[in-house]
Design a protein around this ligand. Structure first.
Ligand code: ASP
Ligand code: CP
Length: 330
């Protein structure tokens, strides 16, 4: 009698023997951008490009047929939640949506470890967004199935940073040599924490423009300094906008402030308008993870440099690639 031995998290049952590259991602969690090197990024973006082609040509296909994703969101989301749903469904899989934990047993006091151990009985991969930094890593500690961090408080938002980088590569053709200016709430914005770390693998110059109380955390600046990244901090945009290739605008994260008066004092600090953009290069892009709440005026939307809507679409292809990879089918 032969006993069935299930594949381990690192051994894809679907791949040709010896496909090390792919096996490297199979069964893996995606918790932080620090787990990816440049070769990994090239590979992910290659798969994302194939996904884009497939979606353009045939829309939906059966790569992940029979696979199930659990979308576990303890914080509001439009893009991340729906793009993971769309990614899974375009790959032929299905989704358990827990977008409103209030209506789940979380409201009865169920812990995060128990919640993920429940969901992994029913799903093959769990996408989680949670208000506490380190929560995705905690979930991964208890889960046997891959956990994908969809934002852990002020910590990281790794899949957003991957799609941001894919946007930069797709729109500008390269990353090395670029000047990236991050604007707004650099203290609480998890997207810029992840993106800055990811960019540290390239030869870039990063400008941080923020109100004094919303500066990029010093430990991230120190982490990047260690890697030799050229970084500068400013309170205003004027001096750096003319030299900027990527202007990455962020929302002031109202929900993270303990003192609402403090929020009021910084909320309208920067607004990108066509007038402001007169100082910018012709060949550059304006990005925003969205939602925007006034940081970029709607008059900007027709400017070809406004990449924020295209950025959302790139996210679908990157998330399709990531799902296929962690489920061993890229
Ligand atoms: N949607 C992004 C996030 O969840 C950015 C934002 O909410 O401002 O981090
Ligand atoms: N960019 C982003 O994470 O958007 P949502 O908060 O709508 O998911």
């Amino acid at each position: 009698m032969t006993t069935y031995v299930p594949p381990t998290r690192n051994q894809s049952p679907y791949l040709p023997f010896g496909d090390q590259r792919n096996a490297q991602f199979y069964g893996k969690d995606i918790l932080s951008v620090n787990q990816f090197n440049r070769d990994d990024l090239e590979y992910i973006f290659g798969v994302a490009k194939e996904m884009r082609e497939m979606v353009t040509r045939i829309g939906t296909f059966d790569l992940l047929k029979g696979k199930i994703l659990a979308n576990l969101f303890y914080e509001p989301s439009t893009r991340t939640s729906s793009s993971f749903t769309s990614a899974m469904e375009r790959l032929g899989g299905s989704v358990i949506p827990i977008n409103e934990v209030r209506y789940s047993s979380v409201s009865k006091g169920e812990s995060l470890p128990d919640t993920v151990r429940t969901l992994e009985c029913y799903a093959d991969v769990i996408v989680i967004r949670h208000p506490e930094s380190g929560s995705a890593a905690l979930a991964a500690k208890y889960a046997r199935k891959p956990i994908i961090n969809a934002g852990d408080g002020v910590g990281e938002h790794p899949t957003q940073a991957l799609l941001d980088l894919f946007t930069i590569v797709s729109e500008l053709g390269n990353v090395d040599g670029l000047t990236v200016t991050m604007l707004g709430d650099l203290k609480y914005g998890r997207t810029v924490h992840s993106l800055a770390r990811l960019l540290s693998q390239f030869i870039v110059k990063i400008n941080y423009v923020s109100p004094e109380i919303l500066r990029m955390p010093s430990e991230i600046i120190a982490e990047l300094k260690e890697k030799g990244v050229s970084q500068s901090e400013y309170n205003t945009l004027d001096a750096v906008l003319p030299k900027t290739d990527v202007l990455y605008v962020t929302r002031v994260q109202k929900e993270r402030f303990e003192n609402q008066e403090e929020y009021e004092s910084v909320k309208g600090a920067y607004v990108i308008t066509p007038e402001v953009m007169e100082q910018a290069k012709d060949k550059m892009i304006v990005m925003h993870p969205l939602p925007r709440v006034g940081e970029i005026s709607m008059e900007m939307d027709d400017d070809p440099r406004a990449a924020y809507f295209r950025q959302m679409e790139y996210g679908l292809y990157v998330r399709m690639a990531l799902l296929a990879m962690v489920l061993g089918k890229a």
